[in-house]
Ligand binder design. Structure first.
Ligand code: ADP
Ligand code: ASP
Ligand code: MG
Length: 400
């Protein structure tokens, strides 16, 4: 059993939908059970978001989710029709019908349970279930979405719940590359990558797979094959680390321009202040990424942290309410930042990677504003306009 997920560009127009139907039909005819997950056609989700901004400042999450989930309904129904023409019986299912149960956190809901009974019945009847990606139904019976790029998560969660052999993610590039091929045209395809490295890559901006989908794949041991729906050639296997994977010191460079830096200034340097600030941020459901606190002068310090740019408004609201309470001077957000990261399972046993990274950025005249590291990743925040230059220079310096 294979779960095949097709991203927005892969079902971007009528010809693409027919090509996808043809591929699904072939996979079925070679004796496989297939479950399909589709994204909305092309830029549909972006267009719907734009529409919502034109009519409303408030945009309640429940209504935004109702709107956005309509995109995937279009592609799933059209794909089933195209499959019917090829003699393949297929049935489309919304996230709710497919039994994808989520929490109530609209626009970024988390899956809490999978009840794929209807999909199993459909498979047992020899039909192909086609599931709308990126959506579910909440414990309060409202339609929810799983966050941008969430169709990947739908696909991997279904592969896990149905016990599929693997999950294929079809997209507009032929696999996971050593850097975003749109930024570094001579980046090369990685044939196999471990869940751990892919997790760091996804978390630091390599949007080829949504972060939650990689967490699912790792936690439930689902092998994922990322490949092209344009060339259909074999792509990248994301899987458990094994001895055939060389532990490269640096495997990939990623970048992210979707974050903002929030700073709270003149904070009294005493126990409990940071705890208070970040508890408030967490209570609003905001994921904080990098944090730096300066050394204090006269008992006062500045704290900066990064959050996704769509959380900027709420993060600033939170800062404005806690600032007076903790005795801070001011708070502001800077949306002109970007982040570049090096990922490599081998770096933990190789000293000097950080130094080379900093030297490379220095040679390009790029100033580093924040730094964070994990065992297998180093990230630097720089000016947004320097991001592409940084990625190219690092790709070259580490000979990827
Ligand atoms: P889909 O609509 O199929 O889900 P996405 O746009 O979400 O596609 O993801 C595919 C894109 O991810 C590619 O077009 C590429 O620009 C980008 N990308 C970023 N980093 C990488 C990487 N390391 N390897 C491959 N693609 C990457
Ligand atoms: N259509 C949704 C988005 O654009 C989900 C996805 O494509 O994975 O984010
Ligand atoms: Mg995607």
């Amino acid at each position: 059993m294979i779960v095949q997920k097709f991203g927005g560009t892969s079902v971007g127009d009528v010809d693409r939908i027919k090509a996808v139907a043809d591929h699904v039909a072939r996979t079925v005819r070679t004796g496989n059970q297939v479950v399909v997950v589709v994204s909305a056609m092309g830029k549909t989700t972006d267009d719907l978001i734009r529409l919502s901004k034109e009519v409303s400042e408030t945009r309640p999450g429940r209504e935004l989710d109702m709107l956005l989930t309509s995109g995937e309904r279009i592609s799933m129904a059209l794909l089933c029709m195209a499959l019917a023409d090829l003699g393949v019986s297929a049935l489309s299912f919304t996230g709710s019908q497919a039994g994808i149960i989520t929490d109530t956190d609209h626009t970024k809901a988390k899956i809490v349970e999978m009840r794929p009974n209807r999909l199993l019945e459909t498979l047992a009847e020899g039909k192909v279930p086609v599931v709308a990606g990126f959506q579910g139904v909440s414990l309060e019976k409202d339609v929810t979405t799983l966050g941008r790029g969430g169709s990947d998560t739908t696909a991997v969660a279904l592969a896990s719940a149905l016990g599929a052999d693997y999950c294929e993610i079809y997209t507009d590039v032929s696999g996971v590359f050593t850097a975003d091929p749109r930024v570094v045209p001579n980046a090369h395809k990685i044939l196999k990558i471990s869940f751990e490295e892919m997790l760091e890559l996804a978390a630091s901006g390599g949007r080829v797979l949504a972060l939650r989908s990689v967490e699912f794949a790792r936690n439930f041991h689902v092998p994922v094959h990322v490949r092209s729906s344009f060339t259909w050639e074999p792509g990248t296997w994301v899987q458990e680390e094994d001895e055939t994977m060389e532990q490269a010191v640096v495997s990939a460079i990623s970048h992210d321009t979707g974050e903002v830096k929030v700073t709270i200034t003149g904070v009294p340097d005493r126990p409990g202040v940071a705890a208070r600030v970040f508890r408030e941020v967490a209570n609003r459901g905001i994921n904080v990424d990098m944090i730096v606190q300066n050394t204090s002068t006269d008992g006062l310090t500045d704290i900066s942290f990064t959050v996704p740019n769509y959380e900027m408004k709420v993060a600033l609201e939170v800062m404005q309410s806690v600032a007076p309470e903790v005795g801070a001077r001011d708070s502001y957000a800077d949306s002109g930042i970007g982040r570049v990261s090096l990922i490599g399972a081998g770096m933990k046993s190789h000293p000097g990677v950080t130094a080379t990274m900093f030297e490379t950025l220095a040679k390009e005249g790029i100033n580093i504003e924040m730094i964070s590291t994990s065992a297998i990743r180093i990230s630097c925040v720089v000016r947004q306009e320097d991001v592409e230059k940084a990625v190219k220079a690092l790709h070259e310096a580490f000979e990827l």
